[in-house]
Ligand binder design. Structure first.
Ligand code: C2O
Length: 446
């Protein structure tokens, strides 16, 4: 199934381009060869306001007007200075030079998610600049919800009043233009990407794309654009970003990724391979500067100034319920909202601690809520014992991290529900407790 989808998608999406013609490819009169320029590292502004991106369906009338104004200014820039890298056509070229099987092709691999997130980020910054409004955020096309599987209406009319609609694109399929819903075959129950077991299945690996890219992502491209020769706009990766709906489509893809991570921070964690984290991409920023940004810079959305409300409609799998607990990184004090009562429905509660800094010496370390017991006998019988960390010689380098799943004892839940509690660890059989350092802590209930 995955192979079929990929072949069909690949053949039509890559129409007109092969690796050997890439770079010289002329698209109409436009050449999407990567531009030259002096590269600088992009510094993510420290003070970005973290604002929720909204679905197209949620936009107020004023927000629709503002969205249209943003794309009008983007199109005006292409008309007044076609070489301005921020204009609508040049923005579309950024996508074009990163596909088609070239050496910078970011499709068909684990760079698919982070590259598109970075692309939307710079696109959003450019629109903010053109609007002179840093609070503008891109909307997403929430096709995960069966109610919104048609082309959002604000993108379709060619004119609004007496003016051209800047969200309109002439190269769309008759199905999309008709206002009809996508066929259910795009979302087969047995092939729901949100049920992927891990990132590799969901988002791909070094040489393979994942279940989103070669599932709804590709199918919706084909459904929206011209899916046969001449494979125009959304139906052809080289041209796709000429259609403003592209950005709303990818914004939803980005949202699925954020939700996938959020639903199960451990099992769904992003790859940590250096090859992935340090992979860098080139974009033009809102000041026309050619910049590089790395995958590791875009794994978290909040520092980039946006987030998504939790939850998507694609599936509600039976996963443990995760609640992130507040803690103070200076004192390591963990807070629970209130003492958690026993529940006949919840069978198991665990505390999941992310990015625990591993002790430097090999050996077994017991973990406690609060101090280790003073008697060094069998400490695992102590009321405040919650688990252990076993480190095998040679199994880790210094400063490595791990995630721990600990027994959420009643003691922990009650202590933490009051003033808060600290997790401490000690080499087995000793009473030399030290504070457990970590980046985040969750309570799971299943
Ligand atoms: Cu870069 Cu939807 O493709």
């Amino acid at each position: 199934m995955a192979h079929l989808t990929r072949r069909k998608f690949g053949r039509s999406m890559m129409a007109g381009a092969t690796a050997s013609t890439f770079g010289k490819l002329l698209l109409g009169q436009d050449d999407c060869t990567p531009p030259a320029g002096t590269l600088v590292d992009f510094l993510i502004p420290a003070n970005a306001q973290n604002i929720f991106r909204k679905s197209v369906a949620e936009l107020t009338a004023d927000e629709v007007t503002r969205l249209r104004l943003a794309y009008q200014r983007l199109r005006d820039l292409t008309a007044s200075d076609p070489t301005d890298p921020r204009g609508w056509m040049q923005q579309a070229h950024v996508h074009c030079w990163n596909c088609g099987g070239s050496s910078t092709d970011i499709h068909g691999s684990w760079t698919f998610f982070p590259w598109h997130r970075a692309y939307l980020y710079f696109h959003e910054r450019i629109l903010c600049k053109l609007l002179n409004d840093d609070s503008f955020r891109l909307p997403y096309w929430s096709w995960d919800d069966t109610n919104y599987r048609n082309l959002p209406a604000i993108y379709q009319p060619a004119t609004v009043g007496s003016a051209a609609n800047p969200l309109y694109d002439a190269n769309r399929s008759s199905a999309a233009v008709s206002g009809a819903s996508m066929p259910g075959s795009i979302f087969p129950a047995a092939q729901n990407p949100m049920n992927s077991a891990n990132f590799a299945a969901f988002g791909g690996g070094p040489d393979a794309g994942g279940s989103v890219e070669f599932g709804p992502h590709g199918a919706i491209h084909m459904w929206t654009g011209i899916p046969d020769d001449p494979y125009a706009d959304m139906g052809n990766l080289l041209l796709a970003a000429r259609d403003p709906i592209f950005y709303a489509h990818h914004c939803n893809i980005d949202r699925l990724w954020a939700e996938f991570n959020r639903r199960n921070p451990l099992a769904h964690a992003n790859p940590t391979d250096a090859e992935f984290l340090t992979r860098s991409f080139q974009f033009f920023d809102e000041n026309k500067q050619l910049v590089t940004i790395r995958v590791q810079d875009v794994l978290d959305t909040a520092p980039l100034g946006f987030s998504y409300r939790p939850g998507v409609e694609l599936s509600k799998p039976n996963l443990p319920k995760w609640t992130q607990l507040k803690y103070d990184p200076a004192t390591h004090l963990i807070q629970l909202p209130a003492p958690i009562p026993q529940s006949p429905i919840v069978k198991l509660r665990s505390v999941v601690v992310k990015d625990v800094k591993l002790p430097k010496q090999s050996g077994s370390y017991n973990v406690f809520v609060g101090d280790p017991p003073t008697a060094s006998a069998d400490q695992s019988k102590a009321a405040n014992y919650v688990g252990y960390i076993g480190i095998i010689v040679g199994a880790h380098r210094h400063d490595q991290k791990c995630s721990l799943v600990l027994n959420a004892t009643d003691l922990f839940l009650q202590t933490a529900g009051g003033a808060g509690a600290r997790l401490r660890f000690a080499p087995a059989g000793t009473t030399n407790g030290a504070a457990l350092e970590f980046s985040a802590v969750y309570l799971t209930e299943e």
